[in-house]
Design a binder for this molecule. Structure first.
Ligand code: PDD
Length: 297
C-alpha cells in the first residue's frame, strides 16, 4: 500500500477508505447512536491524548457503552494509523457506535441479560484527518458570526455523533452569509456549533462553566491552563448574551480551529473590529505549546 492512500481503521482492520464498509443496520447510521473524538497530532505527537481518552470514556459512560479498548490499545492503534497515513500536522478522528442489531429497535442490549457471545460488538472506526496548520494572517482576519437560539438537548457534554442540530445551526450561519454561530440558551452563551466560546473584557478571559449545556473542550482547558500559567486572569462563569455586545474580544476554540477571533457579530464590529491583543498573545503561547510538543517537550 502506498503512503498516499487514505488508510482507515475499522473493527480491527486497516483498509483503504473505499473498502471500509459497515452494515446499513448500524445504530450509528440509523440513530446516531455513537460517540466520537477528534485528537490533534503535531509532528507525530498527540495533543492531550489522556484528556481525549478520558472524555471518550465519559461519553461512553453517559450512553452506557463499554469501552472496547484500554488506553494502551487505543494509542497503539493510533500510532499504526499515523504510520500508514503520511503527513505532519494531522488529527485522529475516532468513532464508536453501538453496532448493528438485527432489528431496528431503540432498545439496547444489556450486558447482564445477554451472554457475552451474543452481544453485538460495537463498530469502531478511526481515520486520519489532514489539517492545514493555521496561517496566522488568515486566522487573524477573523470570523464573522451570528447569534442563534441553542435548541439542542440537555446532554451536550456527550461528544455524540448525533450532530443534526449542530448541522442545522451551522446552516443558519451560512444562510446568513457568515462563517459560524454563537449559541444562546436562556439568554446565556453556551458554545459555537463546533467550538467553545471565550470573551475578553477589561483584560479578563471569561468562558462559560462546563455542564450539560456544552462540550468540555480539550482546547478550552488548554487555553485556560496557558492563561493561568501566564498570569492572565480567567473567570469560568455564565456569559449573558448582552455581554457579547460590549466584549473587547470574542474567541472560538477547538482542536481543529485552535483559537480563532470573532471580529464581527450580527453585523457589528466586536471590540475594535480586528483580532485583539489578548488573542495575539494567546495565539503566540498556543503555537509555542504546539512547537514544544513537536520537539518532544
Ligand atoms: N468539535 N463544542 C462542540 C460542540 C464541538 O464539536 C467541539 C469540537 C468543541 C471543542 O472541543 P475540543 O477543543 O476538544 O476540540 C466544543 C470537533 C473538533 C469536531 O466536531 O470536529
Amino acid at each position: 500500500m502506498s503512503n498516499t492512500e487514505n488508510i482507515v481503521y475499522l473493527n480491527g482492520k486497516y483498509l483503504p477508505v473505499e473498502e471500509a464498509t459497515i452494515s446499513v443496520m448500524d445504530r450509528g447510521f440509523l440513530f446516531g447512536d455513537g460517540i466520537y473524538e477528534v485528537i490533534p497530532v503535531f509532528g507525530g505527537k498527540l495533543l492531550r491524548a489522556d484528556e481525549h481518552l478520558q472524555r471518550l470514556q465519559n461519553s461512553l459512560n453517559r450512553i452506557g457503552l463499554a469501552n472496547p479498548y484500554d488506553n494502551d490499545a487505543w494509542l497503539e492503534m493510533f500510532s499504526h494509523l499515523l504510520e500508514k497515513n503520511a503527513g505532519h500536522d494531522r488529527a485522529i478522528y475516532l468513532q464508536i457506535s453501538r453496532g448493528a442489531y438485527v432489528k431496528r429497535d431503540l432498545g439496547t442490549q444489556k450486558n447482564a441479560d445477554v451472554p457475552e457471545s451474543q452481544l453485538t460488538p460495537p463498530t469502531i472506526f478511526s481515520m486520519v484527518l489532514q489539517v492545514t496548520p493555521p496561517d496566522i494572517e488568515v486566522v487573524s482576519a477573523g470570523i464573522s458570526a451570528i447569534t442563534v437560539d441553542d435548541f439542542r438537548w440537555n446532554a451536550c457534554d456527550i461528544k455524540s455523533t448525533s450532530l443534526v442540530a449542530n448541522v442545522m445551526l451551522k446552516q443558519q450561519a451560512s444562510d446568513a452569509g457568515v462563517e459560524d454561530a454563537i449559541l444562546i440558551k436562556n439568554g446565556q452563551v453556551t458554545e459555537g456549533t463546533a467550538s467553545n466560546m471565550f470573551l475578553v473584557k477589561d483584560g479578563i478571559l471569561v468562558t462559560p462553566p462546563t455542564g450539560k449545556r456544552l462540550l468540555p473542550g480539550i482546547t478550552r482547558d488548554l487555553v485556560i491552563e496557558i492563561a493561568k500559567n501566564n498570569i492572565i486572569l480567567v473567570e469560568e462563569r455564565e456569559i449573558q448574551q448582552s455581554e457579547l455586545v460590549t466584549a473587547d474580544e470574542i474567541w472560538m476554540t477547538s482542536s481543529t480551529r485552535e483559537v480563532a477571533p470573532v471580529i464581527k457579530l450580527n453585523g457589528e464590529a466586536v471590540g475594535s473590529g480586528v483580532a485583539g491583543e489578548m488573542w495575539k498573545r494567546m495565539m503566540d503561547l498556543y503555537q509555542q505549546y504546539k512547537q514544544q510538543l513537536r520537539n518532544g517537550g
